[in-house]
Each structure stands twice: as C-alpha cells, then as structure tokens.
Design a protein around this ligand. Structure first.
Ligand SMILES: [Zn+2]
Length: 314
C-alpha cells in the first residue's frame, strides 16, 4: 500500500476521538455472504467486492479506521490489522499457547506486508491470550490496541477483573486498551468508567448495538418473548437505533474514551449518526435525514394531510 496515512493511531488519539466501525462478519452474514454458525469469512475470496463495498460504506459513514477483514486502502483512513480470540488458547497448556503465538505471527506478517498502520487484538476472553497477541504485535514494531470481550459479569476467563486486565495490558505497553463486543452501550459504559479511571493510556470502547441490560448483560444472554436465545441470528428486536448509538458516542467521549467504536450488528447508519454526534460532517452526511422535508412531517403540512397524519401515526 502506498500513500500511508499522515498521522498514525497514537498521534490521532492525542488529537481527539477516533471513530472505529466493525461488525463486518455480522453484516456480511445478513447480506447473504457468510454462513452463520461457522462464520468463516470465505467472502474475502468468493465475493471480495462485497467486502470492499461494506468498507466503503463504513468509510463514507465516518469511520476513521478500516479494519482488515481484508484490506481496502484509503489515504485518509488508518488500516488496522486484526487478530482475535482463537478458541485454541488454554491457560494450562503451553503447546496451545505456542500454537496461538504461531497463528498471530503468521496472520500479522501478511498484514504487515500490506502496510497496516496498527493492529487491533480484540474479543479477548483471556488476558493470557491477549498478552500473547500484544507480544507478537510489539515484535513487529506496530502500535497495539488490545480489547477484551466482557462476556462475564466482571472478569476474564483466566480470572482477572476487566479493570485489572486492562491495567496489566497497559503496563505491558499496549497503546490502547478497553472493551469490544458482547455488551451493548448500557452495560458496557459502567465498566468503561472504571477502566478509564484505572489506566493512563487511551481507552477503546466498541459495544454491540443491542439493548443489553441488568437482566441480560450481554447479547448472548438476551432472550426473546418465548425465552428463545436471540444470539446470534435473531437479535433484531433488541437493536439500538441510530439515536441510541449517537448518544453512546457522546457518553463515551465525555467519559474520556478515546477510541469510540461499534462492533457486531453495526450498520453504516449507526456509524454516521455516531460521527455526526461527535461533531463531524462525513461523506454520507449528504444523505442524512431531513424529516422537515418529509411530505407528512414537515412543518407546513396542510390541514388535509394533518388529518391523514393523525390517523396514520395514532
Ligand atoms: Zn463483535
């Protein structure tokens, strides 16, 4: 990739909030390109244009970072390599740990060849696995953003509170620490506040746009009216509106979160609303809602239409 971005992630975080859009796998599944269940993103080989299109949509909606499902290089956006939980890690098995290290090393060497700007290691269930990713990223000389998956009430699967795990990652040299996935804004914000108080480095927050609450802290625990598990392909009734995600963006920024993002379930309409809530005008703002121009919602609606409207929305 030629034309590397002018400012790296570390510098951009110093200059203000960075907005990051993710959730590629969920969205490409909804669009019919990924099989729910195994979630193997063969789409990068079979339909690269579909991947490129979604990157373009998130970019137009204001994302500062293009996260690699594959790479879509753009001069104004940072390109992040990406590694995640492997499902192969075992805190008591040295061989499994070596296998994880080898996987990260292989994945990231390819990404480095393509000229990535930094690496996001995310959805980490284990602090131990996250620390392996951090070491590999540091070995490649790239900035590391390492985020944990807050699937449990208060601690990682290897028994560290999320706050303590973030503190350890920061002490080990991660440039950005925080949380991604699993929790919606409402149940992620309280944890973020505690993490923000406990580390000096930039903090990242990428919730899922679903209405998790005190009875269901995570999207995996949401249940529909018939007590059916909604995760992962029946979550629509719990979806956050663009307005709720815009509110989250402002709340997170006001809390001191530096990298404000969104994870599984994200649509470009969420990202645009978040960008605009953070005070930006982005390419897709050209088509942002103007309800004052709607035939039935405009201020000068005729008496006849007002009567219709009353019965329409009653
Ligand atoms: Zn996610």
């Amino acid at each position: 990739m030629n034309g590397r971005s002018q400012a790296g992630i570390v510098e951009r975080l110093k200059n203000g909030t960075v907005l990051g859009a993710e959730g590629y796998v969920f969205e490409l599944e909804r669009r019919g390109y990924i099989k729910a269940g195994p979630y193997v993103p063969e789409v990068v080989l079979d339909f690269p244009d579909a991947v490129r299109e979604l990157h373009r949509e998130f970019l137009r909606a204001g994302s500062d970072v293009m996260v690699a499902l594959t790479y879509y290089a753009h001069r104004d956006a940072l390109v992040a390599g990406n590694v995640c939980n492997t499902w192969a890690y075992d805190p008591d098995d040295r061989q499994a740990q070596d296998a994880v290290r080898a996987m990260y090393d292989e994945q990231l060497r390819w990404a480095v060849e393509e000229g990535i700007d930094f690496v996001i290691s995310e959805t980490n269930d284990y602090l131990g696995e996250a620390l392996i990713a951090l070491e590999v990223i540091q070995g490649l000389g790239l900035p590391a953003m390492v985020t944990l998956a807050p699937t449990q009430p208060d601690q990682t699967r290897d028994g560290y509170s999320y706050v303590e795990a973030c503190r350890i990652l920061a002490a080990q040299g991660a440039h950005v620490v925080g949380l991604n996935c699993d929790r919606g804004p409402q149940t992620m914000l309280p944890l973020l506040a505690r993490i923000r108080e406990s580390v000096d480095c930039p903090v990242a927050a990428q919730p899922v746009p679903y209405r998790t609450d005190a009875t269901a802290l995570t999207m995996q625990t949401l249940r529909s009216g018939t007590a059916q598990r909604a995760f992962p392909i029946a979550l629509e009734p719990f979806g956050c509106t663009r307005f709720e995600m815009a509110q989250f963006a402002v709340q997170a920024r006001d809390l001191g979160v530096n990298y404000v993002g969104i994870c599984c379930g994200a649509g470009p309409h969420h990202v645009r609303a978040m960008a605009e809530a953070l005070g930006r005008e982005v390419p897709a703002s050209k088509y942002s809602p103007s309800m004052d121009l709607h035939p039935m919602f405009r201020a000068d609606v005729s008496t006849k239409d007002a009567t219709f409207l009353n019965s329409w929305t009653a």
